[in-house]
Design a protein around this ligand. Structure first.
Ligand code: NI
Length: 183
């Protein structure tokens, strides 16, 4: 278990299309260790999601943190997850917009339109198939992380840069009105 160095915007690894992981390799010690280290790294830096290219491994692998449900006492919108070779299909044209942040674009936040409901397919860390529908904030997290696997960062998805803010100014001027905030 280790905390890995996070690639920041400008590092070419963030702009590459990541390589798929052969299904037979999913349970290998190197992939299992990478997954554990990604969870450690995400927790250390307080992210809700992390993609392998962000820790300099150009592989189709992402992890997400459990996401508490703000409208329920102790409930969760989503559990921790690992998705390997993910594929997203949009299930609606309806959009939702959150202020997103990114461990690779530290200290910035910006409002990003995303699709509200998606189908997520891929494999978990045991090599089992994943095929489920996800909506709302967890769907936004998956779209953000899958973008990383395709060399895309949230800045590319902003309709304009007028909501781009440093964290301090976001907290001061935007947070109260932002409604929905993603990390
Ligand atoms: Ni990110």
């Amino acid at each position: 278990m280790a905390i890995l160095k996070v690639a920041r915007l400008g590092h070419p690894v963030l702009r590459r299309i990541a390589d798929p992981i052969e299904p037979g390799r999913i349970k290998s010690p190197d992939i299992q260790r990478l997954i554990d280290d990604m969870f450690d790294t995400m927790a250390e830096y307080g992210g809700v999601g992390l993609a392998a290219p962000q820790v300099h491994s150009s592989l189709q692998l992402l992890v997400t943190e459990e996401i508490p449900d703000p409208d329920s006492d102790g409930g969760y919108l989503a559990q921790r997850s690992v998705v390997i070779n993910p594929k997203i299909t949009f299930l609606t044209a309806e959009e939702v917009a959150y202020f997103e942040g990114c461990l690779s674009v530290p200290d910035f936040r910006g409002r990003v339109p995303r699709i509200r409901r998606i189908r997520l397919q891929g494999f978990d860390r045991d090599g089992n198939s994943i095929d489920r529908e996800v909506e709302g904030f967890p769907a936004v997290v998956y779209q953000h992380e899958v973008d990383h696997l395709n060399g895309i960062v949230f800045l590319d998805r902003m309709k304009d840069l007028s909501t781009l803010a440093y964290q301090l100014e976001f907290d001061r001027y935007w947070a109260a009105h932002a409604g929905e905030v993603a990390d």
